[in-house]
Design a binder for this molecule. Sequence first.
Ligand SMILES: [Fe+2]
Length: 273
Amino acid sequence: MQIDYLSDLHFDNYFRADDFNVETIVKFLKSLFKNKKSDILLIAGDFGHHNEQIVFIVEIIRKYFYKYIVCILGNHDYYLINDRISDIYKANSFERVKELRVNLNGIDGVYCLNGNTVEVEGIKFGGCDSWYDGNYLISLFPKRDFSYYSINEMWKNCLNDYKYIFEVERYDEIFEIELPKIEKVYKECDVMITHINPSIKIEHAQKKYARSQATAFFAFNGEEFLKKGSMKYWIYGHTHEKKEYEISGVKALCNPVGYPHENLHFKLESFEI
Ligand SMILES: [Fe+2]
């Protein structure tokens, strides 16, 4: 069976948040899905900044393009990007995430995973949003002694996550929430989905930024899960670079749409299971 996959759609970089014109959205989606090979689409997070817009577009994808959508959320789906949105969710990113997940799961045929599995056409999908753990930095500079405080300061300064994710003060706070969810499903699924790259190997990072300290916030050390898990494929996003690598017979695949200036050569990918 073929399964299509992508990530990092960033809808509000393609459409204004108040643009609910079905025709223009369908036109955009038609070009995105022109290589469609499956009735199942996997989306590895980063839908955008506006819940109503995200749910509206996912409903269109479901109605016109795919029978089933299995997804998780990305760091941008936690962002409260302006005062109006922050007021709606009482300055708490987790309130936004909760609403988005409930509304996505409310669409027939859509499964937004949160440390659980779902079986679709005989294939078991498991996943969660996941998070970075900072270990990339430690493996990149093994001789340097980074304090927790210095990594946290780095995180505050080099990523927008600290600025726009409310109720989070530490870079690995969400990792602590997400880790037990990975542990719950990694031995129970054929396909795993997370937003974050599960490898801290330099050759598995985005080439351009592989030696950058900021890449600490683009991966977590998931090698044990790849080695001991039941999955054949691990789909991830977050980095806006297409990637494919293998660890212990598990294929890790990343196929981001990315921002408009990045997506000139985007091609929908699929794998056979
Ligand atoms: Fe991301």
